[in-house]
Design a protein around this ligand. Structure first.
Ligand SMILES: *Cc1c(COP(=O)(O)O)cnc(C)c1O
Length: 432
């Protein structure tokens, strides 16, 4: 067991003044148990905790750090910007540069608006979709995460009810009643909602590759069918690419599958590790936002100079390196294959889903994981054991079985090999 005395102490201290001791729930290690390690610093593929333990980092700040921790070019860009002032609440040229960069990668985006988080991006996108279509209801998929605003914290209603119910106290029943839930990779579930709520659905919002129930890929034709149904019914299609944008490919999932959503939400990588979000899409829709149109949306720190500098520096590196995604893909597929082979060899029922540099190792006896229902079949206890065995061996995985592992450009062959070896020992340790 690693020495985590200082982390234990830090957690106790934090709990006295921060609700639950953390500023975002997953950080508390509730689903894997134990004490969260407190991080002191990160460099490249590694993070260092306050007790002096180092870990190979597969959380990557939950996705943004596609260049690894403390990339020198990103740090340099932020430092230079910082010296000129932290925030003005007025327009800067760099915001335009970041917008141009985003649009150059994602042609479905004609106009964009920068915000400060993915949550703000999705919240604003559905307001806009409702205004544009003059309809109230939205459809989301079971298990998808679109940030923590009320309209998205919705669980499936029981039995025949098609309307969602609040998934958190504090979300009103009336808000929940405007969010309908469909099942990923089940086009009939989407069709049924449109049939039973004719002319009332403003938009379908989806992670075109699910990442927040673990990685789940769309089956052949699924995204195309959703595109078609929304179009036929006069509803908008919103791709929430906060996680997948610039992660699976420069142009996101929409580029890989060749689908053009009406609106796209972004975050994570486009902020290079600082607080950012963005939403954008068709010009005729985006022009409805204030000041050009009547749909209100604003932010004191929107387009913050530091976040924009970090995002721009990150995207420039990606843009200038034509093999960037190929190399990431190659490394991550080796990791995925290594884990998959290992589980077979050790008779551990598992499914590995991967796209680009994101993957999830599901400990399940299902043959495939194609929706939230499949994902929920995972052996949570086994994952908790695996997580701690890996942590002990210096591998920092997401502290929840329903998250993606992220590989960054600075993970080396050696890191991948170390990880597979650690996984082998970890599984043996749990089974013994
Ligand atoms: C992370 C995430 C969000 C929320 O972004 P925050 O910046 O944490 O508010 C929304 N949608 C998806 C798909 C995400 O992965």
């Amino acid at each position: 067991m690693k020495n985590i005395v200082k982390s234990r102490h830090a957690f106790e201290k934090a709990k006295a003044v921060i609700a639950g001791g953390v500023n975002s729930p997953v950080r508390a290690f509730k689903s894997v148990g134990g004490t969260p390690v407190f991080i002191q610093s990160g460099k490249g593929a590694k993070i260092l905790d306050i007790d002096g333990n180092t870990y190979i980092d597969y959380v990557a700040s939950w996705g943004p750090l596609i260049l690894g921790n403390a990339n020198p070019d990103v740090i340099c860009a932020v430092s230079k910007t910082m010296e000129k002032g932290l925030s003005f609440g007025a327009a800067t040229e760099q915001e335009t540069e970041l917008a141009e960069m985003i649009i150059s990668f994602m042609p479905s985006i004609e106009l964009v608006r920068l915000v400060s988080s993915g949550t703000e991006a999705t919240m604003s996108a559905i307001r806009l979709a409702r205004a544009y279509t003059k309809r109230d209801m939205i459809v989301k998929f079971d298990g998808a995460y679109h940030g923590h605003s009320d309209s998205f914290l919705i669980a499936a209603g029981s039995g025949a009810a098609t309307c969602g119910v609040p998934d958190s106290p504090g979300v009103t029943v009336s808000t929940a009643s405007n969010t309908l839930l469909a099942n990923f990779n089940d086009i009939d579930s989407v069709n049924n909602l449109f049939a039973s709520h004719k002319d009332r659905i403003a938009a379908v919002i989806m992670e075109p590759v699910m990442g927040n129930m673990g990685v789940i890929l769309p089956q052949k034709g699924f995204l195309e069918s959703v595109r078609q149904i929304t179009e036929t019914n006069g509803a908008l299609l919103i791709f929430d690419e906060v996680m997948s944008g610039f992660r699976v490919a420069s142009g996101g999932v929409q580029k890989i599958y060749g689908i053009k959503p009406d609106l796209t939400t972004l975050g994570k990588i486009i902020g290079g590790g600082l607080a950012v979000g963005a939403f954008g899409g068709r010009k005729d829709i985006m022009q409805m936002i204030a000041p050009d149109g009547p749909v209100y949306q604003a932010g004191t720190l929107s387009g913050n100079p530091l976040a924009v500098a970090a995002g721009l520096a990150t995207l420039k590196i990606i843009k200038e390196d034509c093999d960037f995604y190929d190399r990431l893909e190659e490394k991550t597929s080796r990791l995925a294959k290594g884990l998959c082979d290992l589980c077979k060899e050790k008779n551990v029922p598992a499914v590995v889903n991967r796209i680009g540099s994101m993957l999830t190792l599901f400990f399940t006896s299902k043959v495939t994981v194609n929706n939230a229902h499949d994902a929920r079949s995972v052996d949570k206890k086994f994952y908790a054991g695996y997580f701690h065995q890996m942590l002990k061996r210096g591998i920092y995985l997401p502290p929840s079985p329903f998250e993606a592992f992220f590989v960054s450009s600075v993970h080396t062959e050696d890191h991948i090999n170390q990880t597979i070896n650690a996984a082998s020992e970890a599984i043996s340790a749990i089974k013994s």
